[in-house]
Design a protein around this ligand. Structure first.
Ligand SMILES: Nc1ncnc2c1ncn2[C@@H]1O[C@H](COP(=O)(O)OP(=O)(O)O)[C@@H](O)[C@H]1O
Ligand SMILES: [Mg+2]
Length: 253
């Protein structure tokens, strides 16, 4: 008889003993990190600590030197069709929105589903309109990116990533390039996604978001995971000197 699967956390993204070098320089050291399905992990740490590199290796934009990364139980292949498929499982939103300037908002969101998921144009468009509605820019569908504010463009970038139906969403400082008044409209969309159960890895220094939406904060320094804890515990009782030092600088800004 088939055994009943164990209840409880289900690992979705698993990094084991990951090392990453750029030439002689080691950007990631001994990274062991498991993100469970539905979990929201915020990654913080000083500039140059390897946060972007971590995201880029999970999305396979960068190869790793050694170790393994699995998404939903499958190891990331080096290249080929399998890579394209696994990459589609991982949605990514960058600091710079990276929308195609010559395509409309709607076309930006339907491009991937038509090319990669092989959806019919009409189906891709109805899905895209629903997603644009969900992120609050439904009425902007026929405009070009330059006609939208930064906050609106970043919400389109989120819709575009979601259109690929990813299993996990990576956000690399998604609000760092935005004017202050636009930060919350993007964070609100992310909080909503988290509440809907999306698995998320979010590089951000927005402590309000971490407190509201994160299950766990991972603190990196010098390419290593130095400390991880629930947000409240991490922000009020950091253990390592590196984290204490980092947080004291963050707060005095
Ligand atoms: N393509 C690259 N070539 C060489 N060094 C790099 C490259 N990308 C990042 N680095 C270095 O790796 C370290 C980590 O960078 P990064 O992951 O961007 O850090 P963070 O996102 O935490 O600021 C930094 O010292 C950076 O200079
Ligand atoms: Mg970075």
């Amino acid at each position: 008889m088939a055994s009943v699967p164990p209840a409880g956390p289900e690992p979705l993204v698993v990094l084991s003993d990951v090392q990453k070098h750029y030439g002689q320089f080691q950007a990631l050291k001994d990274i062991d990190l498991t993100v469970d399905r539905g979990e929201v992990v915020v990654v913080i740490g000083p500039s140059g600590s390897g946060k972007s590199t971590l995201c880029r290796t999970i999305n396979r934009l960068e190869t790793i030197t050694s170790g393994t990364i699995t998404i939903d139980g499958k190891e990331l292949p080096k290249e080929g069709k399998g890579l394209a498929e696994l990459r589609a499982d991982v949605g990514m939103v960058f600091q710079s929105f990276n929308l195609f300037a010559h395509l409309t908002i709607l076309e930006n969101v339907t491009l991937g589903p038509i090319k990669v998921r092989k959806l019919k144009k009409a189906d891709a468009e109805s899905e895209a309109r629903a997603l644009l509605e969900r992120v609050g820019v439904g009425h902007q569908a026929d405009k070009l990116p330059a006609q939208l504010s930064g906050g609106q463009q970043q919400r389109v970038a989120i819709a575009r990533a979601l259109a690929m139906k990813p299993k996990v969403m990576l956000f690399d400082e998604p609000t760092s390039a935005l004017d202050p008044e636009m930060i919350n409209e993007v964070l609100d969309v992310m909080v909503g996604l988290a509440a809907d159960g999306m698995t998320m890895i979010v590089v951000t220094h927005e402590m309000g978001f971490a407190r509201k939406a994160a299950n766990r904060v991972v603190f990196m320094a010098d390419g290593q995971i130095v400390e991880q804890a629930a947000p409240e515990q991490f922000f009020t009782r950091p253990e390592s000197d590196r984290a204490k030092d980092f947080l004291s600088k963050l707060i005095t800004h």
